[in-house]
Design a protein around this ligand. Sequence first.
Ligand code: ADP
Ligand code: MG
Ligand code: MG
Length: 869
Amino acid sequence: MRYIYPFDFHHERAPMEMKDLLGGKGANLAEMTSVLKLPVPHGFTISTDACREYLKTGWPVGLDDELEKALSELELKMGRRLGDPNDPLLVSVRSGAKFSMPGMMDTVLNLGLNDESVEGLAEATNDQRFAYDSYRRFIQMYSRIVLGLDPSEMDLLFEETKEKVGAETDADVPVDALKSLIVSFKEIVERETSKEFPSDPTAQLKGAISAVFGSWNGERAKAYRRREGISDDLGTAVNVQAMVFGNRDNNSGTGVGFTRDPATGEKGIYGDFLVNAQGEDVVAGVRNTEHLVALKDRFPEVFDQLVDIFHRLESHYRDMCDTEFTIEQGKLWMLQTRVGKRTGVAALKMAVEMTQDEWIKLNKTEAVLRITGDHLDQVLHPQFADDNYKVLTKGLGASPGAAVGKVCFSSYDAVLRVQHGEKVILVRKETSPDDVQGMLAAQGVLTTRGGLVSHAAVVARGWGKPAVVGAEAIKVAERFFQVGETTVHDGDIISIDGTSGEVVLGAVRLSAAEPTSEFNTILSWADEIRRSKLAVRANADNGEDATVAAFFGAEGIGLCRTEHMFLREDRLPIVRRMILADTEDEEAAALEELRVAQRDDFLEILRAMSGLPVTVRLLDPPLHEFLPDVEHLMVKQAVEGLSEEEERLLGAARSWHEVNPMLGTRGVRLGVIKPGLYAMQVRALVQAAQTLRAEGGDPKVEIMVPLVVGSEELKLARSWAQDVIDELGAKDLDITIGTMIETPRAAIRAQEIATFAEFFSFGTNDLTQMTFGFSRDDVEGRLMSSYLEKGLLHNNPFKVVDPDGVGELVRMGIERGRSAKSDLKVGVCGEHGGDPASIETFYEAGVSYVSCSPYRVPIARLSAAHAVL
Ligand code: ADP
Ligand code: MG
Ligand code: MG
């Protein structure tokens, strides 16, 4: 097997399509080198095959030989040798997995320097300061990244030295100071590792390569892969590349650039650069950067060249690209490119505009495929609801959306506190990959340093997490921060707006965002793609939700839960009277009161959805949910005694108490025990439909019976509904009657059940609960997280439907149901209806509509388009 490929290797396919083998960075370096012929420093990629082999059995057999050969080829191309005491070749060692991944090993620069070669570098460049600055950077990086030492001691020494010699920037530190720093750094290494700092360049190189491979299995990388659903088996590639020097002099520099604004999608180049600096300086946000357009004045030729390259990249990748580049003594070098991450707003704007751009010309389907559910989610992110607040300070709006939470200064704290149900804003000077878990847990992120491409900004944008960065007025201390006279303590509530960059002390009221016009354009294209194949409905329990659902484009209601109406404060006493009724008359009277109330509720919903189907589920939850808490009443009884009414409630609550209420008297079972209940609900519903019809509206009612396990049950429940419809003379309303399939038995017996149903709706929450035997209400905490961590489950099955087990029951249910009734309509209601991966599973199973919460409807419309493509 071949392990190493030079960037200019002649591959059979376009290298950019070989990310599996070369990793993302390596694939694109090869693409830029051999296809686009851009100025890229020579180098080679050690493939992911080598990484997988390394992780399995250690340093791969044969890799040494290949490495030696690749290195001498590189040396030949460069006319320099690694570690040569005269004019040495230096290289960078860069990790690069298929998907870019925080937590992977950071890049080591200037590798190949030692006490001899540094002199060679100084002579060849005629610049002692530059050579020794590169050397001290190298030792610092190698010690932290490869040897795993805590960087703070060296960082502190460097800062102290800068202060002592009065250096404003890193480039102002004189040679002597650098030399003595290098001695101290090496002493630290020896003290901490009991070994000398490696001086042999080949040993340095192999050390760095092993460290990249090893970082694949680091905790941070693993955590990130879990969050993103990336397989642990991919492995990473390693790129070894000849160094170019942005820290050479003031005619040099380094930067990051985007072909369009990744935050807004606005056309025009965007990015940051730093004069006389090396790469990580920009990304880490340790020094304040200049905007890319400032290049125009300082380096006019480079600027023009860069603009041209950006255009070529966009035409070639047919998308917005981000780049990393370095200028060495006036010459431009491209060090990285990839299709860039972007905010939801930007993604939408770019996708729509790129259908117009001559050099890209996306078609509508491609544009729709560019948008993810997360993008839409971000656009629907909350914003500050009013402008009635005082701004404490302002930073850069780095990732849109507003967030409110308690100030929290460490990633560790953030994770703990969120586990305890708190909402936090993570406040840091700057973030590093160590903070990733805290950032994930937090509502939002606030940093005091760094620009729009700092770590905090990039990671937060990728996740759609609100972030404000570079709020320089904030001085962070251990457990508090200060802005001028104001001190904000750990645990105090703040609000941040990741669009405007505002930071506010206290909680600002938040509101949902306004969708942009591109949002509607993309969704209308998505609708064209999916409409005839997969419909999207919403779950809505009242007129208000139904109106929101219609606004977001729902094509009907897939689930109206009638119990939510019963739980309203003014209805609860009536429900209780019905349960407590001693006589039939009492029960009938209570039911009659409920009927009137329900009729008005139904009318509101049907009106909001006139012309569209509305599926109403008859009462589902265990009745004890409507009764007061037994324990609470018993305590009261002991302390102060109960009223007569309360005594009766206690008695009822006791008698309805069940050990396993979720497997108890609920759904159609309730109807069986209290037959008047379902008849009453149907009566209310039919009357509401008749009223709407009389008003000139167009009610389309579907009555749904929950928790059925067999055909006999459904036949019985159906007869009550049918009797009422007949009695009210509502045949012309074409009301259909169907059932939920939410027990495994119902899926298995779907064929006979279908003979009594015009439609099925899969209630995948309960179906998941009962298929796994996982209690929905208890499984989420400890148990689920262990299962996910240990890889016993790939996803939480309550979020992403289990395609193999539950999915199989859905497929079987549909097949068996349709074998009895070929035109059986089939939908899905429940949380899974708004989840992209689940929507795909459902579509493939033959479902004709999904139903989800009103705010998820846009995401479901998009995902449905993706699923049918
Ligand atoms: P990341 O994946 O974190 O972006 P990179 O491998 O891209 O890491 O390296 C970070 C930075 O290091 C680059 O943006 C670039 O500025 C600098 N760098 C990497 N390789 C070289 C090189 N061969 N010459 C000069 N600078 C380099
Ligand atoms: Mg990195
Ligand atoms: Mg990079």
